[in-house]
Design a protein around this ligand. Structure first.
Ligand code: NAD
Length: 530
């Protein structure tokens, strides 16, 4: 029975869900010391944590059966993702579970920036009655500039529209289709700064987005603009915001996230007027914690049951529908990779993967990982999977290039993989899917036409195109008691070099292989096992 360790507290619904799965044994061990964790993980296939328990390299090494680490929440600072990836362990989190919680906190900040509720409340607590001081502004009919229209940005947009706001958005990755569906006007950053009465940021912190709002941006904005950041500290230049608030350029602002967290007790932000601060409360609702616990429990068990992988940090997620479409290509790609590795020299420098036809419209990332996994199968054995295949390739010094070609290939879909050795020798294989059942076929090997089902044991021979050669080879195999299931013959010129591929029912003895290798017409021979 597969064992799942719950190392940090997750929601009751998450625990109940795991308990209801008969194929898993649950070990709940909260607040364990590092030494205790190392003992607990020795026979577990999954670990679920929040941010408290550290899943270090030592813990990962102590867990030989570990397949997946689930983080209930977003940040993964407590997990050694690199070591997990090297071991082929999936690391997943729950980025969607707190979408609505953060959306609603953003909107709370929006309303608090329009109506000085917190300031009025403090004044009331001091025994005052200041009706003039705390007049506000309405959201209705105001221009709302959203920076980043992903999960949270999209939900914030809907709420702003319900309040009668006119929404403009800046997100270079936002498709026209989604912008239309959300009924937002797509604009560049500068026009957004110029036009907006309220601005809210919902982007990740990257080199592109760091200080996306700074003194220069404030200069472009309307006087009296209101600014919200419930995304990440570092998106707004904090000192510039303080100055803009003090000068009245910014009428009010709300921050849930900071450059440094926890915010220092002496931070100037704490005493800046018209600034409402919350201590990173975006995900802090009962519902979000419930939904995160259940989400990670479902995601982890799905992986352990061989299902789809969602929200993995160290590999691309594939939804069920895409996986179904990709499945036949994944089988084909893996087999092509395994064959190519066995007909290539042991050390290669580069793999060039080219996709034609229907594959052009698919997400090539999982397919390319499958090809790399196939290539590494005989090199790295069972330890290789889609998680660590690209990393192993990198460690072996093999560069992987991907080409999506719109040129005519003669097939509805075609995958070509070429290996290039350090000496510049090139080997290649091409494959396609045949018929309504989408069965994999190898159609070219080293630029020769063949037609081979990539299954079982294949003997690939390059031989001189001489009369009777097939009989000679067949006799050697027959005498060895090896049955030929099928055969493919190909040659470029009459009397030139031919390629013969035998599909065999069993592996020939070394004696028979030696005989084949020295048969007069044989130039080169590879035995491939799939
Ligand atoms: P998401 O990935 O769904 O959306 C991010 C959006 O940002 C995407 O649409 C992307 O296209 C856009 N984007 C990326 N680079 C951009 C750029 N340079 N300019 C403009 N747009 C850009 O993420 P999400 O789940 O909506 O989260 C948004 C932010 O909120 C993240 O920073 C996340 O870490 C943060 N967050 C905070 C809390 C909290 O507790 N305060 C909770 C959850 C998420």
């Amino acid at each position: 029975m597969k064992k799942i360790l719950i190392a940090d507290e997750i929601s009751i619904s998450g625990i109940e869900y795991l308990k209801s799965q008969p194929e898993f044994e649950l070990l709940v061990a909260l607040d364990s010391k590092p030494k205790e964790i190392i003992q607990q993980v020795k026979d577990v296939t999954a670990i679920i944590v929040r941010s408290e328990t550290k899943i270090t390299a030592e813990v990962i090494t102590a867990a030989p059966q570990l397949v997946v680490i689930g983080r209930a929440g977003v940040g993964i600072d407590n997990i050694d993702v690199e070591t997990a990836t090297q071991r082929g362990i999936i690391v997943m989190n729950t980025p969607a579970g707190n979408t609505l919680a953060t959306t609603e906190l953003t909107f709370t900040h929006m309303l608090c920036s329009a109506r000085p509720i917190t300031q009025a409340n403090s004044s009331m607590n001091e025994g005052k009655w200041e009706r003039q001081t705390y007049a506000g502004s309405e959201l209705s009919k105001k221009v709302f500039g959203v920076i980043g229209v992903g999960r949270i940005g999209g939900e914030v947009v809907k709420r702003a529209q319900a309040f009668g706001m006119q929404v403009i958005a800046y997100d270079p990755y936002l498709t026209q289709e989604r912008a239309l569906a959300l009924e937002v006007e797509q604009v560049d950053l500068d026009p957004l700064f110029k036009r907006a009465d309220f601005i809210s940021i919902h982007v990740p912190l990257t080199d592109d987005t760091r200080h996306i709002i700074d003194a220069k941006a404030f200069e472009k904005m309307k006087t009296g603009v209101r600014i919200i950041n419930c995304a990440r500290g570092g998106l707004i230049h904090e000192k510039d915001l303080i100055d803009a608030l003090k000068k009245g350029k910014v009428a009010a602002a709300g921050l849930d996230v900071f450059n440094e967290e926890p915010l220092s007790e002496t931070s100037e932000l704490r005493n800046t007027p018209n600034l409402v601060l919350t201590p990173h409360l975006g995900a802090s609702t009962e519902e979000a914690q419930e939904s995160i616990g259940l989400e990670i429990a479902k995601a982890v068990t799905e992986v352990l049951c061989g299902g789809i992988i969602t929200n993995a940090i160290n590999m691309p997620s594939i939804d069920g529908r895409t996986l179904k479409t990709l499945q036949p290509y994944l089988v084909l790609g893996e087999k092509l990779g395994t064959i190519l590795q066995q007909i290539s020299p042991p050390q290669i420098e580069k793999l060039i993967v080219t996709y034609w036809g229907n594959i052009m419209d698919l997400d090539a990332m999982p397919l390319t990982r499958g090809i790399q996994r196939g290539y590494l199968l005989k090199i790295s054995g069972k330890g290789v999977n889609d998680v660590n295949a690209p990393l192993i390739m990198k460690h072996l010094g093999i560069e992987v290039e991907i080409i999506k070609s719109s040129s005519e290939s003669g097939y509805t879909e075609l995958i070509r993989i070429e290996s290039i050795s350090a000496q510049g020798e090139k080997y290649n294989i091409e494959g396609t899917l045949i018929g309504t059942r989408q069965q994999p076929r190898v159609v070219h090997v080293n630029d020769r036409d063949v037609e081979v089902i990539p299954e079982g044991k294949l003997l690939l021979l390059e031989n001189k195109d001489l009369p009777g050669i097939v009989g000679v080879l067949g006799t050697i195999l027959g005498k060895d008691g090896v049955n030929i299931a099928s055969m493919s013959l190909s040659r470029n010129d009459v009397g030139g070099v031919a390629m013969t591929i035998f599909q065999l029912d069993s592996i020939p003895s070394q004696k028979a292989l030696d005989k084949l290798n020295v048969a007069e017409a044989v130039l080169n021979m590879n035995l491939v096992e799939l």
